[in-house]
Design a protein around this ligand. Structure first.
Ligand SMILES: [Zn+2]
Length: 151
């Protein structure tokens, strides 16, 4: 049901190029490697870059060490913010892995997604595949779903 609504929102954007998110090949390989290494626990990090081009993964520790949810270490969050400011970059969003479930937010992900200005990326490793989508969440609901292009 949630995805029916998202699809309608996406249909409003006919100029797809304006909304495309690009992730650099090297960063893509890095987050897959991190997620596989840390599975069955969920992995997480910040995706950093400029103008919807992701050029860096800022790896974070999942202090929950859980296969079903994640929390960033506050010290990692502070150092990530210092890092992007010092480099003149932006935090495009945060990402976490779903080792065995699809690339869409769980109920808990939605409950905790309280920043309307960033994207929430989810990397699914389910069934040996790698599926990566970006979600914008407002008031506990997905208002936009974007695919990510590896370049
Ligand atoms: Zn999740």
């Amino acid at each position: 049901m949630r995805f029916g609504i998202t699809q309608k929102v996406n249909d409003l954007f006919t100029d797809n190029t304006r909304y495309m998110i690009i992730i650099k090949q090297q960063v893509w390989e890095e987050i897959i490697a991190q997620a596989k290494r840390e599975a069955p626990e969920e992995s997480c990090g910040y995706l950093i870059g400029n103008d919807d081009v992701i050029t860096e993964n800022y790896k974070m520790e999942n202090i929950d060490h859980s296969s079903e949810h994640f929390s960033f270490a506050p010290k990692d969050q502070f150092s990530a913010i210092r890092y992007v400011r010092s480099k003149g970059l932006q935090i495009i969003g945060n990402w976490h892995s779903h080792p065995v479930s699809p690339s869409r937010p769980s109920e808990e992900d939605l409950r905790l997604a309280n920043d309307p200005d960033i994207r929430y990326f989810i990397l699914s490793l389910a069934n040996g595949d790698t599926v990566f989508n970006a979600f914008t969440v407002r008031q506990g609901k997905v208002v936009k779903k974007e695919e990510v292009t590896v370049e």
